[in-house]
Design a protein around this ligand. Structure first.
Ligand code: NAP
Ligand code: GCO
Length: 263
């Protein structure tokens, strides 16, 4: 089990105040890592500090906007001086806007790209020099089913997540020689605030997920814990540029679930 031991490691999970980010941060903490999380909302940071403490985790919380280089520089600088250099970076912060292309203002498209794709570039650029100096590190980019699929109304999100898949590959090509492993996690459909609107009973998308996912359920954020620990630990030293799907089997399923009388 030492392969999965993160004792002595400092992990930053962006957007780790709730949802998938919090589940991953708690998993890394359970494996021994010191957890740092950021957000853009002071109230969420205060609330999550207590939530982590209720789970026995002394999380370092800090406010910075992942899209603003100066903000990121100051935030990472504070973590490095108050906690220590970052060994594990989870680029989790992200948003989605479900709007058809013809109805989507360009500014909205740019905002999704900025948060979901440009921000991982900005933060990784800021964190990696220290990883190189110290002989290695881990980066996990939060990708998506939409890293490889499109669907109507999520053009900005799919463009960003598709780009993030290939940014992950390019980071691998440039930084693997420094013993840095950069991989993506691609969750299927997970029950968080991001999917609340399409998860309500009776929503056609909820029907699609429930019928097309062989596991027959939406994922829980905690379903991603094992994948995160694996990619953050020395168990994955020779895994690089990889996109690990955690999706209840939906990617394996063409989409028709046979009925009882299908013969
Ligand atoms: P979520 O509950 O909406 O959490 C997203 C987090 O990112 C929030 O804490 C949010 O903070 C933060 N954030 C947004 N913009 C930010 C910014 N500019 N600077 C700093 N933090 C910012 O979503 P989630 O479902 O947990 O998703 C987490 C990640 O997984 C996202 O990248 C998402 O695309 C990806 N993902 C989700 C699913 C799914 O089915 N849920 C599946 C695949 C991939 P605020 O709440 O304060 O805005
Ligand atoms: C959507 C969903 C998806 C999931 C996730 C799938 O509207 O299509 O929100 O985008 O959030 O990204 O991997």
């Amino acid at each position: 089990m030492k392969l999965f031991d993160l004792t002595g490691k400092v992990a930053l999970v962006t957007g780790g105040t709730h949802g998938i980010g919090m589940a991953i941060a708690k998993a890394l903490a359970a494996s021994g890592a010191k957890i740092c999380v950021n957000d853009i909302c002071d109230e969420r940071l205060a609330d999550c500090k207590k939530a982590y403490a209720d789970s026995g985790i002394d999380a370092y919380v800090i406010r910075f906007d992942v899209t603003q280089e100066d903000d990121v520089d100051q935030g990472i600088g504070a973590i490095e001086s108050e906690v220590g250099p970052i060994d594990i970076l989870v680029n989790n912060a992200g948003i989605i806007k479900r709007v058809p292309i013809l109805d989507m203002p360009v500014a909205d498209f740019r905002q999704v790209i900025d948060i979901d794709l440009v921000a991982p570039f900005i933060i990784s650029k800021r964190v990696v020099p220290s990883m190189i100096r110290r002989g290695g590190g881990k980066i996990i980019n939060m990708c998506s089913m939409m890293s490889i699929y499109g669907r109507n109304s999520v053009s900005a999100y799919a463009s960003a997540k598709g780009g993030l898949k290939l940014l992950t590959a390019n980071m691998c090509c440039e930084w693997a020689k420094h013993n840095i492993q950069i991989n993506g996690i691609a969750p299927g459909y997970i029950a968080t605030s991001q999917t609340e609107a399409i998860r309500v009973n009776g929503h056609p998308f909820n029907h699609l997920v429930m019928t097309r996912t062989p596991a027959g359920r939406w994922g829980d954020p905690e379903d991603l814990a094992g994948a995160a620990i694996f990619l953050a630990s020395s168990a994955s030293q020779y895994v690089n540029g990889h996109l690990l799907f955690v999706d209840g089997g939906i990617l394996a399923n063409f989409g028709y679930v046979a009925g009882e009388n299908d013969r």
